[in-house]
Structures are given as structure tokens and as C-alpha cells.
Design a binder for this molecule. Sequence first.
Ligand code: ATP
Length: 199
Amino acid sequence: MPLKSLTINGFKSFADKTTIEFTTGITGIVGPNGSGKSNITEAIRWVMGEQSAKSLRGSHMPDIIFAGSALRPALNRAEVKLVFDNHDHALKTAQDVVEISRRLFRDGTSDFLLNHHNCRLRDISNLFLDSGLGKEAFAIISQGRVEQVFNSKPEDRRTIIEEAAGVFKFKQQKKQAEAELAVTNDNLNRIADIVSELG
Ligand code: ATP
């Protein structure tokens, strides 16, 4: 499931539409301090569903939109697009090329797109579950994250291991099934009450 390209438009320091193509081998991005290298990895985490403005070094989500500079005004919209080669179908979808996009406007409205169709954050999260990718996955290690893993509580570390082992997805599905079962049991109880009233 190689990453083919990343397009950033209006996200943090990337006021102009910028596309990074990832060819085979290793891609290294170098630049002086403050030139936007970390913003690139943050753009990747954001398009994969990051919901915490704090973990993107902001206080609220619109902080990720280009805020203006001495030479140009602020923008009203940020958009990030990630394209994967999915010929190996590591992402559980029939498409051979998977394109995900996320847009955010300054008024707070936002949307996700999966292969050009509007989708929910949950569809994006489900797509990456167990793939080794995703906003919480360890394919992306930001500065300070290694220490954070070492210093995390045992329960949190267990979640990390479960995600890596592929157990996490089943736990999520179990939780969802249990919630549905609880609703069904409530309905059954209600029907039993009605039946006893009628009898
Ligand atoms: P270092 O090597 O020091 O870690 P870096 O290359 O990783 O630096 P980043 O931290 O990615 O750099 O980029 C920081 C730059 O992004 C700063 O110049 C900051 O002003 C700019 N920046 C962050 N948010 C915005 C925004 N919303 N609008 C415009 N510029 C922004």
C-alpha cells in the first residue's frame, strides 16, 4: 500500500498548493528550522482523521488554516489530499487507488472525501483500522512521541500493542455489537411488558 502523493493547500505554512510525490525508495525532506517539515507530517495525520487541535500544535482546529504572512493575507480554507496505491488491497476496499481528502473552512465547517465522494470520519478511520496506518498508528512518529510511549500508562500501552496486533478492530466491533444487543434487550423487555398487559 505505498503512499503515492500528498497535496497540501492552505494548511499551516503551505499557502500555495504543494504536491509531494513519493516514488519508490526513501523520500527525505530537508529544510531549515521552521520551514514546515513537521507541518507535512501533521497534514498527513490531519487528513487521516486527527481530531485534536492540540496535537497539531494549535488551540482550535481553524488554527491549521494558513494564517497569513507579511506578504499575503490569511486563507479561509485548508485542504489536504493523500493518494495510496492500493493494488495489494491492504486497505479493505475494491479500488486500486485510494484517495482521501479533508477540507476545513474558517467558520468550522469541514468534510472528508473518499475517492471524491463525501464520507464520514468513521469511514476514514475504518479504512485504516489494522492497516498499520491511521492517525494513531506508529507509521508516523512525531518529535517527543517515543518518550510518550515509554512513559504512558500500562493500559494505554496495551491499546498500542492491540492496534499493532490487529486485535483493536475486533474490540471495537465487539463494543458496537454489545451496544446493539443492549438496545435489542430493551425492546424485548418492552414487548414482554405489552404481552403481559394484553394477557
Ligand atoms: P524544526 O526543524 O524546527 O522542527 P520544521 O521545519 O519542522 O521546523 P514546522 O514546525 O513544520 O517547521 O513549521 C513551523 C512554521 O509553520 C512556523 O514558521 C509557523 O509560523 C508556520 N505555521 C504554523 N501554523 C501556521 C499557520 N496556520 N499559518 C501560517 N504559518 C503557520
